[in-house]
Ligand binder design. Structure first.
Ligand code: AKB
Length: 340
């Protein structure tokens, strides 16, 4: 049998967690331990070795989980997203940065204790970018990892800070310690675009207008879109997002040229999504009632991302482009779900 990994997934009950737990369970080489503020649903819990209910801010609980389950890898998914974070910025800072700090500290201690690097997979986001105006957004098109890093949301600021904290714990922690350990946090971040799942509807994000539009169309309900019809940001399907997490997890350290990778797949405007939905479902009713504040976040996010490094270093290769995402994954799954 190959290497078994004892991994902790935080925020496991969220959208990415749903897909990731199933995929890791299929893989067969993971003992999955989860942490979520709410109890995990029984179907997912059945795929896990243990499911803990609790807060990423509870440093004692996290240390206990690392020790009890001999954790040697981590998928830190717990976060407050861009729209919910902006409704309570101080709480977002606590959860997003404070929670990440607790986990980085415990992961570093664990690495020194077990004498091996502890992999720390961190979903970052296109919200770390802050394009200054529409002309620049259009001109820049596919942004690179080191460009336009001036986020305007608390969530974006938090995620960018955590990327830096992760890099620090991976490469510089303990610089003045007499006994600096060779074992550390092996921090690896993916900057995700908006994610679209056929099985869950997101909440609290600002890229939510596309999945909301899709799920409303599939359910035969009208939808008032809070973004302008010409809004363009990158998206990816949930199966492709989960696959990219696994590829980065399994990539050997030698091939990684950075700690933070853009990952993209397709980048339609809201109007292009509407047109595709109208081809696929009958009676689709979409109107545009723009929420200027949420729109202002979207206007600073890139039209698309340059993910050359992820493709070259560890083979990021999403299965779904724009049409395939809808034709091969979303529409078939949702037509079944709403068939009765
Ligand atoms: C959000 O909209 O906040 C997230 C994201 C793009 O990171 N979905």
């Amino acid at each position: 049998m190959g290497t078994q990994h004892n991994v902790l997934i935080t925020g496991a009950g969220g959208e990415i967690g749903h897909g990731l737990i199933r995929r890791l369970a299929e893989e067969g080489s993971f003992n999955i331990v989860t942490l979520d503020l709410k109890g995990l649903n029984p179907e997912l819990a059945a795929l896990c070795t243990a499911s803990h209910t609790g807060d990423v801010l509870d440093a004692g609980l996290i240390a206990q989980i690392f020790s009890d389950h001999k954790i040697d890898g981590l998928f830190h998914l717990a976060a407050m997203l861009s729209s919910s974070g902006e409704r309570n910025p101080e709480r977002a800072f606590d959860v997003n940065v404070g929670g990440t700090m607790n986990l980085l500290k415990s992961a570093g201690e664990q690495a020194r204790l077990i004498g091996q690097h502890v992999k720390f997979i961190f979903p970052s986001t296109i919200a770390v970018y802050g394009l200054p105006d529409p002309e620049t957004k259009q001109r820049a098109n596919k942004v690179k990892e080191d460009e336009y890093l001036f986020p305007i949301t608390m969530y974006g600021v938090n995620k960018l800070s955590c990327e830096h904290l992760g890099r620090y714990y991976a490469h510089h922690y303990g610089a003045l310690s007499e006994k600096k350990s060779q074992w550390s946090v092996d921090f690896r971040a993916l900057r995700f675009p908006g994610l679209i799942s056929a099985h869950t509807v997101p909440s609290g994000g600002t890229s939510d207008y596309v999945p909301e539009m899709l799920h409303a169309a599939a359910a035969g309900q009208p939808y008032a879109c809070f973004a302008r019809s010409d809004t363009r940001i990158p998206f990816m399907t949930m199966p492709d997002a989960v696959e990219s997490i696994l590829r980065l997890f399994f990539a050997s350290r030698e091939v990684l040229t950075t700690t933070v990778y853009n990952v993209g797949a397709f980048a339609p405007s809201a109007a292009e999504v509407e047109a595709l939905l109208k081809e696929s479902f009958s009676g689709v009713e979409i109107s545009y009632e723009v929420n200027e504040s949420r729109q202002s976040f979207l206007d600073t996010w890139p039209a698309d991302v340059d993910d050359t490094a992820a493709r070259n270093d560890w083979g990021h290769n999403p299965r779904h482009g724009f049409r395939e995402a809808f034709a091969d994954y979303l529409i078939p799954a949702l037509s079944g779900a709403h068939a009765d």
